[in-house]
Design a protein around this ligand. Structure first.
Ligand SMILES: Nc1ncnc2c1ncn2[C@@H]1O[C@H](COP(=O)(O)OP(=O)(O)O)[C@@H](O)[C@H]1O
Ligand SMILES: [Mg+2]
Length: 256
């Protein structure tokens, strides 16, 4: 069943059509890839999916939770709708520890109200302990346990990206959007991340949409690939179909 449908989606900034006539459907449980040259509209597409921009026209329909509105998505509500993301330009709290950065993701999901936290009632401490333990588990998955007390800015770029993915996962999403997760990673880190993405998809029962330039990652793990060029979708299909599509080779793959 489709977890996300996008119909005739448009977004323009002044005269620039950043996203134009996009029709896409994403099935639950798949890893979908979005590729295309710089400036093709990929990040804008994610920003539309997460309410950072509102569409100039068109519809975004999620089939995750009943209460997700069909219009006026609000970025701060996305995690409560079961949707979490990472950013192309990493957005960590650079002076906070890795542990605290990931805890923030967890707290996006917590449901103890203001009263227990104000008065430090037992439910507050119980939740805090649960959060802490779950975050430690996440850090283990990303091989970051021994760095939990380091401040984010001291980590190499590749590890900061992993912290951001861990933080997104801490919010317990059903749909995870990754904007260039392997950017800045060396080939070994990219290889490790590639298998990790498949593993977390199964382990956490996720649907994943990822924007990525690394073709070994995209072609290795995506079941469907969407190719953007100048804001429009020029092709979609399996990795095999995409790699043999003359239009895609001309617009993007040929120039790599
Ligand atoms: N907030 C904005 N204001 C004006 N133009 C924007 C804005 N965001 C994106 N754009 C433009 O939209 C186009 C697509 O950008 P982007 O979605 O970042 O591409 P990609 O992620 O594929 O590299 C570019 O021409 C970019 O300059
Ligand atoms: Mg981008």
């Amino acid at each position: 069943m489709a977890i996300l449908r996008v119909n005739d989606l448009y977004k323009s900034f002044g005269g620039v059509k950043a996203v134009s006539n996009i029709n896409i459907s994403i099935e639950g449980g798949e890893i979908a890839g979005v590729i295309g040259p710089n400036g093709a509209g990929k990040t804008t597409f994610f920003n539309l999916l997460t309410g950072i921009y509102s569409p100039s026209s068109g519809e975004i329909t999620y089939n995750i939770k009943k209460e997700i509105p069909s219009k006026n998505l609000k970025p701060h509500k996305m995690t409560s709708y079961g949707i979490a993301r990472t950013f192309q330009n990493i957005r960590l709290f650079k002076n906070m520890s890795i542990l605290d950065n990931v805890l923030i993701g967890y707290h996006n999901n917590l449901s103890y109200g203001v009263i227990p936290s104000l008065f430090r009632l037992p439910s507050y401490y119980k939740n805090e302990e649960k959060a802490y333990n779950e975050v430690l588990e996440l850090l283990k998955i990303f091989n970051l346990s021994d760095k939990k007390d380091e401040v984010a800015r001291n980590l190499p770029y590749g590890e900061q990206r992993k912290v951001e993915i861990a933080r997104a996962l801490a919010a317990k999403p059903k749909l995870l959007l990754l904007d260039e997760p392997a950017a800045g990673m060396n080939p070994n880190e990219t290889k490790e991340l590639t298998s990790l993405i498949t593993w977390i998809k199964d382990e956490f029962d996720l649907t994943i949409i990822l924007i990525e330039h690394d073709m070994s990652l995209v072609m290795g793990i995506c079941s469907k690939v969407f190719v953007f060029n100048y804001g429009t979708l020029i092709a979609s299909g399996t990795p095999d179909e995409i790699q043999n599509n003359p239009q895609v080779i001309t617009a993007y793959l040929g120039g790599e």
